[in-house]
Design a protein around this ligand. Structure first.
Ligand code: LLP
Length: 427
């Protein structure tokens, strides 16, 4: 599943002991395994080999340039959610003809940038957006390829914050209004309707919601064909879950085996947008215990990583396994909260977790931190963001520097009236 394992009780990433990485780069830091990333990408890509397809890696899960470059070299495209992600994708060498752009709030500037970059298509989420894309495309004298994102009203049975395909969600166009929107799209002079898109949510651990949602889309494709609208692409989104603790999500092959027969005869290219399933278990957040603290009620491990580095536990109450850097036999276990230095009660990596006794200075690995971890990091409490390291063939490569204090204030300006001697001073 992944390449983090113990050798003689020391935790390794591939052939590199994590203690060595901690000494070289300091903690906290993110560590990714090249071998895991490649294996996961290939497993997903090959699973769909029986149908023409594009894997558009959902780069919101992990958008480090080196990771994107790796994806590009494996033949991946990108599912982007902003102009910034487009910039990163192009920078990393992802071909524009494999880039799809989703999101309910694309700005004119982002639309212009995407059109000028000649991306494969926009996944359009409203009629307002259709008009805007048509308008910007006209200004540029271009045609914009679009898919309409349909909300199939399917419960993916995941955390409500990461469910996107339910009627009440802000995403997509409702299935009942889909035909109308497709007609509108086809009537706009600078729009070329090429596909249909859906994405039901994230960390989905069953095949059924994917199949149910796809069936709704297939019914729509049939009605469209009857009206003379023929599509070239069908995009099933991302969302396949991973094992954080005891989940048993389907293997990508199981998903592909359920999906491929349904789309094989459509004469459409299949687009998939996996994120978490490729990178989630390929990365960890390495942190050191600063202090152990015992109160009347609880035991705490205070570590040097915090919610600004990994917000998933605070935001979704998400579970991340925590492994010790050095296993010792015969140490007692204690129920602890693993918390960071940020001044919020919500700053925790784990609550009431049974862990082997640890000392100040010990290393801990917060597992399954390759997806939605660094990409959701912030500078809260003016904490510099931590470095990212890629391990390959016994070597480690720094793929993002640790931020400095200077980085924290870059781009900030103090107006003259607040400067010493300026008009705003009290002197
Ligand atoms: N396609 C679209 C249109 C999406 O919105 C997403 C994720 C994906 C693909 C990729 O989904 P994946 O295969 O990674 O499940 N921050 C949350 C996850 C938010 C997902 C947002 N959209 C978390 O940490 O769990």
């Amino acid at each position: 599943m992944h390449n983090f394992h113990y050798q003689e009780d020391l935790l390794y990433c591939e052939d590199v002991p994590l203690e060595r990485i901690a000494k070289e780069y300091g903690t906290p830091c993110y560590i990714y395994s090249y071998a895991t990333l490649v294996r996961h990408f290939r497993a997903f890509d090959r699973a769909f080999d029986s149908v023409p397809h594009i894997v558009a890696f959902a780069m919101k899960a992990n958008s480090n340039l080196a990771i994107l470059r790796l994806m590009a070299s494996e033949g991946s495209g990108a599912d982007i959610a902003s102009g910034g992600e487009l910039y990163r994708a192009l920078n990393a060498g992802i071909p524009p003809h494999k880039i799809v752009f989703a999101g309910v709030g694309k700005t004119r500037a982002e639309i212009r940038y995407a059109l000028e970059s000649n991306i494969l298509m926009f996944n359009v989420e409203s009629s307002g957006e259709l008009y805007t894309i048509n308008d910007v495309a006209a200004e540029l004298g271009r045609h914009a390829r679009v898919a309409l994102r349909i909300n199939p009203d399917i419960d993916p049975k995941t955390h409500p914050y990461i469910s996107t395909g339910l009627k009440k969600s802000k995403f997509g166009i409702s299935a009942n209004r889909a035909l109308e929107e497709f007609r509108l799209a086809s009537s706009l002079p600078n729009i070329e309707v090429v596909g249909v898109h859906k994405h039901i949510g994230s960390q989905v651990t069953q095949v059924t919601p994917f199949v149910d949602a796809l069936k709704k889309i297939l019914a729509l494709i049939e009605s469209l064909q009857a009206q003379g609208i023929h599509l070239r692409y069908i995009n099933i989104g991302g969302g396949l879950g991973i094992t954080y603790s005891d989940e048993t999500p389907p293997h990508p092959q199981e998903l592909a085996d359920a999906i491929s027969p349904l789309v094989r005869d459509l004469k459409c290219e299949l687009i998939t947008e996996p994120g978490r399933v490729i990178v989630g278990n390929a990365g960890i957040l390495l942190t050191r215990v600063l202090y152990t603290k015992k109160t009347e009620d609880k035991r705490f491990l205070i570590v040097d990583a915090a919610m600004n580095d990994l917000i998933r536990p605070s935001l979704y109450d998400a579970h991340h396994d925590i492994w010790v850097g050095h296993r010792h036999s015969n140490v007692p276990n204690h129920t602890v909260d693993v918390v960071g230095p940020v001044c919020e009660s919500g700053d925790f990596m784990a609550k009431d977790r049974l862990m082997p006794e640890t000392q100040s200075g010990d290393l801990l690995a917060v597992m399954s931190a390759g997806a939605y971890a660094f990409t959701m990091a912030s500078n809260y409490n003016s904490r510099p963001r931590v470095p990212e390291i890629l391990v390959k063939d016994g070597q480690s490569f720094l793929i993002r520097d640790r931020e400095s204090y200077q980085d924290l204030v870059r781009g900030e300006h103090v107006p003259e009236f607040l400067s010493p001697g300026g008009k705003g001073t009290t002197e």
